[in-house]
Design a protein around this ligand. Structure first.
Ligand SMILES: C[S@@+](CC[C@H](N)C(=O)[O-])C[C@H]1O[C@@H](n2cnc3c(N)ncnc32)[C@H](O)[C@@H]1O
Length: 324
């Protein structure tokens, strides 16, 4: 039996009564090991998010898929998952239909990367990883010339912190990361686990409004949009507008679906208050999930102090919990 977690903070007219409550982590279903390294991934808290979902639903819909941590944890039998980043959706389709081609290309790039590490002798691990920059930059250049699933998978595993960052001109610009990308054997294993969990999912490259247009009565929708302030340069999501999301959520609710939304948590030391105002009456429940310091902020601060950088994930629900 799944443990039901009851959020205690209630929404009042678009503002929140501040109350903190201890979170219990539901360990009923663990997320699969991450296939992609993706900034903003909900890997750490996917089980907790899942524990707030109704036990019965018709289909699962996730319009901002990214690395799909919640989808992979839930492993629904019927689902639609969308993202506006085309090469990302291509990765998910290839996992379903042609995982071998993905693995072969990854293996080739990974071998090049490892060879370049061995050819430069350095006692310092950081320095020797930098020597793989040539391979990394070659793959990134190829991606920028012609964005595709194969290069994006390797980039996601080898770039700095999974920060999928684009310039205004749409070029992927994140530098090489400090960790070695996972081995092809490990990738193969992960791909197999994921294939078993996404068999019932239809992947679509679409704006969230289109994906949410497929929502009908009895569905559960999980939205994890790019952060309003800090993520506009990420994933090429410059066009994301939160007011359009409010509209889409409202329509889903009117059609009889339940919608969950992860939204900017409060970064304590920031001067900008990241808490958003949302339309009155849209949400009926809220949970704050503490998840430590944010990877994005670590990237932005490049090694300076992270004291006070705790991030809370805010989860809003459009329905009232049964036991309230
Ligand atoms: C915060 S990430 C989602 C992370 C995901 N929950 C995970 O666990 O990896 C937001 C995602 O929204 C996508 N995105 C940005 N703008 C979008 C839009 N207008 N419509 C659909 N997806 C969009 C980005 O490509 C990115 O993958």
């Amino acid at each position: 039996m799944r443990k039901r977690l009851i959020p205690r903070t209630k929404i009042q007219g678009g503002n929140l009564e501040k109350e903190t409550h201890e979170m219990q982590i539901d360990t009923h279903k663990e997320p699969p090991p991450a296939l992609l390294k993706w900034i903003g991934s909900k890997q750490q808290i996917a089980s907790t998010i899942m524990s707030y979902m109704p036990e019965k639903y018709n289909k699962y819909v996730e319009p901002f898929l990214g690395s799909g941590a919640v989808l992979g944890t839930l492993a629904p039998t019927k689902a639609i998952a969308g993202d506006s980043l085309k090469p990302l959706i291509e990765i998910w389709k290839l996992i379903q239909n042609d995982p071998k081609s993905l693995l072969d290309r990854y293996t080739k790039d990974w071998n090049d990367y490892i060879k370049s590490l061995k050819s430069k002798k350095s006692s310092k691990p950081m320095k020797s990883l930098k020597s793989a920059k040539e391979t990394y930059n070659r793959v990134r250049d190829a991606y920028n010339k012609s964005p595709n699933a194969y290069d994006l998978l390797f980039i996601s595993r080898s770039c700095y912190g999974g920060v999928i960052r684009f310039t205004k001109e749409g070029k992927m610009s994140t530098p090489i990361g400090v960790h070695k990308p996972i081995s092809p054997a490990s990738l193969r294993e992960r791909m197999e686990i994921w294939r078993n969990r996404i068999g019932g999912t239809l992947f679509i490259c679409a704006d969230f409004s289109e994906t949410m247009g497929y929502v009908s009565e009895g569905d559960i929708v999980y939205c994890d949009p790019p952060y309003q302030y800090s993520q506009q340069i990420l994933y090429g999501s410059q066009n994301f507008r939160i007011c359009d999301l409010w509209d889409a959520i409202k329509k889903c609710k009117e059609r009889g679906a339940k919608v969950m939304l992860s939204i900017d948590g409060k970064v304590k030391s920031e001067t900008v208050d990241l808490i958003l105002k949302y339309p009155q009456g849209l949400f009926e429940n809220e949970v704050l999930i503490d998840r430590g310091s944010s990877m994005l902020r670590r990237f932005q601060k490049k090694g300076s102090s992270m004291v006070g950088e705790t991030v809370h994930d805010r989860l809003l629900l459009t329905w009232k919990s049964e036991s309230e």
